[in-house]
Write a protein that binds this ligand. Structure first.
Ligand code: LFR
Length: 466
């Protein structure tokens, strides 16, 4: 009888339940449920609908029963940095505010009153992004101090869902590092840092590694979905799960986890918290087995997702890629400019940026998409050079994993502009990584290396030459 494992992977634009088992050594994935996600505006804030998402989580879990494929375990991953606060009675305090909300504007200056950016980087190894948890907490401390005072627990989004399923409140390590409050040396909450910032230490739950068995489902949940199973922590930060699924054949490989964001980097055994690294804004996010994800955030397909939404008619990503590939426009924008983080209208913002820099202004979705794809590829080219300078190594190929590995035109551009061979796939990297952590915990796979080899054998990978 097959043993099944369930990965629930929730991204900024949608969530999926993926059921997995092994067959002839391979990992076989089956998508059993899918649901939309996106930020909404409420009380003047951009927020996540966590209550609806939790209903979706349970609805998808019920599908396993309908299919007669009850999983041994389940694990949830989502985007990073966002959290909820719970009071003493476990009631949520305020909204689950989304990281693109403007509440963090100016919060770097507030944080700087307590410690400088150099020290913050030395102590955390995390790149400065105004949306990091540390700046979100500073926004609360400055603007809604009562919320922080009432808080008894801080739970990151996937930790919160795991808590609702099991009643166990913990902080999964890979996602905890994105708060910018974990020490890359001890891999524990950086107490001195938290105290220095005047944040309440007692709200941070014990850190647990991916692979930890949290427990079984609460009775009410069992009743509702019709079965019981274990909850096993995957790498709950989606990017950490995706990086587990990079089919590394050689140790020194550059990857891009491509989805709403493009996360470009390499795996390292030690964190690099040097000034050079800080100035280039590289991060040392925690990974499975304490490997560091030494990478940089690049605005990514969020820009394409946004323009697609704005045209208001249904056009597939394949069609957008195809249309863009027929354009000859050469204009470029800086994808890492904060102006693209949450503009009122992405199409107009791209057009404005081109106009301001005296370049041809793209007209229509095809040209706007062409500018974005070209700009992304140029940004990848710059980033790989920076990685080579900092690590002193050279890299002859790039592995692109995640949903964005589907964007053929972007893959071609990336190969051409970076001059490197591009391997694209697996597209299901995040789910495969999530499953890998559960299978290792169950003893079906022995190690991360074995999981990567299994994933490499299990999914198609396309090659693009420069
Ligand atoms: C990708 C991702 C990135 C993180 C961003 C915000 O989905 O998790 O790794 O920087 O979302 O949380």
């Amino acid at each position: 009888m097959n043993k099944y494992y369930l990965a629930i992977d929730i991204g900024a634009s949608g969530g999926r339940h993926i059921l997995a088992h092994r067959e002839d050594g391979r990992m076989v994935l089956e998508e059993i449920y899918r649901f939309p996600n996106g930020m909404i505006e409420m009380d003047g804030e951009l927020i996540w609908e966590v209550d609806r998402l939790f209903e979706e989580i349970k609805t998808g879990m019920k599908k396993c029963l309908e299919l007669g494929k009850i999983p041994e375990s389940v694990g949830i991953d989502t985007w990073a940095v966002d959290f909820v606060l719970l009071d003493e009675k476990d009631k949520r305090i305020g909204n689950a505010v989304a990281y693109r909300d403007g509440r963090t504007n100016g919060m770097d200056r507030e944080v700087n009153c307590f410690l400088g950016e150099e020290e913050l980087y030395r102590e955390s190894g995390i790149q400065k992004q105004l949306f990091n948890t540390v700046y979100q907490l500073m926004a609360l401390k400055t603007k809604k101090p009562d919320q922080l005072k009432r808080a008894n627990k801080l739970l990151m989004i996937p930790d919160y869902f795991h808590y609702l399923l099991t009643g166990e409140a913990v902080s999964e390590y890979t996602n905890a590092t994105t708060t910018q409050l974990v020490s890359p040396k001890t891999k524990e909450w950086n107490k001195e840092l938290i105290e220095k910032l005047g944040l309440p230490l007692q709200i941070f739950a014990t850190i647990k590694n991916p692979g930890t068995e949290l427990g079984s489902l609460k009775e009410v949940i069992q009743k509702e979905i019709g079965y019981n199973c274990k909850v096993v922590l995957p790498a709950t930060h989606d990017t950490a799960s995706a990086v587990m699924a990079v089919p590394l054949k050689q140790e020194d490989t550059v990857y891009i986890s491509s989805g709403t964001w493009s996360l470009m980097g390499t795996e390292q055994k030690e964190a690099n918290c040097s000034e050079e690294s800080r100035i280039h804004n590289f991060t040392n996010e925690g990974g499975y087995d304490y490997r560091f994800r030494y990478l940089k955030n690049i605005m990514g397909l969020w820009m394409i997702q946004s323009v697609k939404k704005e045209i208001g008619r249904t056009l597939g990503y394949g069609e957008i890629c195809e249309a863009a590939s027929r354009c000859s426009i050469k204009s470029l924008v800086d994808c890492n400019d904060n102006r693209f983080l949450a503009p009122k209208n992405m199409t107009e913002e791209v057009q404005r940026a081109c106009r301001e820099s005296g370049q041809q202004v793209p007209a229509g979705i095809a040209e706007v998409a062409a500018v974005i794809y070209n700009s992304l590829a140029v940004c990848y080219g710059k980033t790989i050079q920076e990685i080579e300078e900092i690590t002193g190594k050279s890299y002859d190929c790039i592995h692109i994993v995640g949903g964005g590995a589907n964007a053929e035109y972007l893959n071609q551009l990336t190969a051409r502009i970076t001059g490197r061979i591009v391997y694209a796939g697996p597209i299901e990297a995040t789910a495969a990584g999530n499953i890998a952590a559960q299978m290792i915990a169950a003893g079906e796979l022995n190690s991360l290396e074995e999981a990567r080899e299994c994933i490499f054998q299990s999914f198609p990978i396309a090659t693009y030459h420069p």
